[in-house]
Write a protein that binds this ligand. Sequence first.
Ligand SMILES: C[S@@+](CC[C@H](N)C(=O)[O-])C[C@H]1O[C@@H](n2cnc3c(N)ncnc32)[C@H](O)[C@@H]1O
Ligand code: SF4
Length: 301
Amino acid sequence: MGVSYVTYKVTLKCNYNCDFCYQSRDFDDDLAIDEVKKAISKIRREGCDMLLLSGGEPLMRPDIEEIISYATKEGLNTKMATNGVLLSKSKLASLADAGLDDIYISVGDMTDTNRLEILRRTKEMFKDCGIIKPILGVNVITSKSFVINIDKYMEWLEKLGIKVVFLLLPKPGLDNSWFERERLTLPLYLKLCKDIFTWKEKFIIHTDCSFLLFRRAISSGSKSDSEDEYKCPGGKNGFLLDNEGYVYPCSRFDEGQFCAGSILHKDIESFMQSDGFERFYNVLKKESSLFPPCLQKVRKH
Ligand SMILES: C[S@@+](CC[C@H](N)C(=O)[O-])C[C@H]1O[C@@H](n2cnc3c(N)ncnc32)[C@H](O)[C@@H]1O
Ligand code: SF4
């Protein structure tokens, strides 16, 4: 299986301070634009067709349009996850001109009214500017608070006219107190899965890969989906590229021991055989499929 997607943390700088965030704030130098282009061409040559621009906050990069434009011209489907703070009508227009395919506004677990207001404002801007591409979606963290009130929040999104919802399971963050408070218990996981299948009638719902693993556990015996669909894709058909150009198996395994080297100096094929990826595959082998390793307390800080 070749690499089909890359998550690229274009910068680690951020203009928000979410209490759940797992992203460390080491402001090392971001790749210069020429290096970014080299990296994009390289992943495209290896057959990758989807690039998710993330961070940090991707809109903090002044050359984000140049990155998008280069990636789309290379033939990559280019998406962005953003907190939306820096979006304006003119910014949206320039992202659209650059060719961005999808934009996901992250609304945390929907308990922060400021974030809901950013989403409402963004949706309004889409309408005012008549933008049909990028497609607007939302990233939602399925915390305990969210799952308990899932109907209320999904109804709010439906009323706003949001069609695409990306659900992320809560992962351990830098500050573990949020995770301890908001992590899902088994009954809440089961409620979430049940409710999602109902809400799927009204939304296009995507889930992160850890969620697929969880689905596999709760639907054991089901023959409808292929086994491969539920295997962790990290380090196999996708990987993480960090702001300095280093490659890791996924965005939740971006610690030194899992690093495969720099995209500027090594071939993509060699990443798959690197010691860093090998360590990651070993972690996967040891963990139970019910709780994939990214949901465990893997971070010490
Ligand atoms: C790290 S952010 C980077 C991009 C951008 N700043 C944003 O907030 O969309 C990428 C996504 O990870 C999510 N995220 C951050 N911390 C998380 C956690 N502990 N558990 C689950 N998702 C988390 C965010 O909500 C966001 O949707
Ligand atoms: S989740 Fe995104 S917006 Fe929030 S602190 Fe992390 S990087 Fe910044």
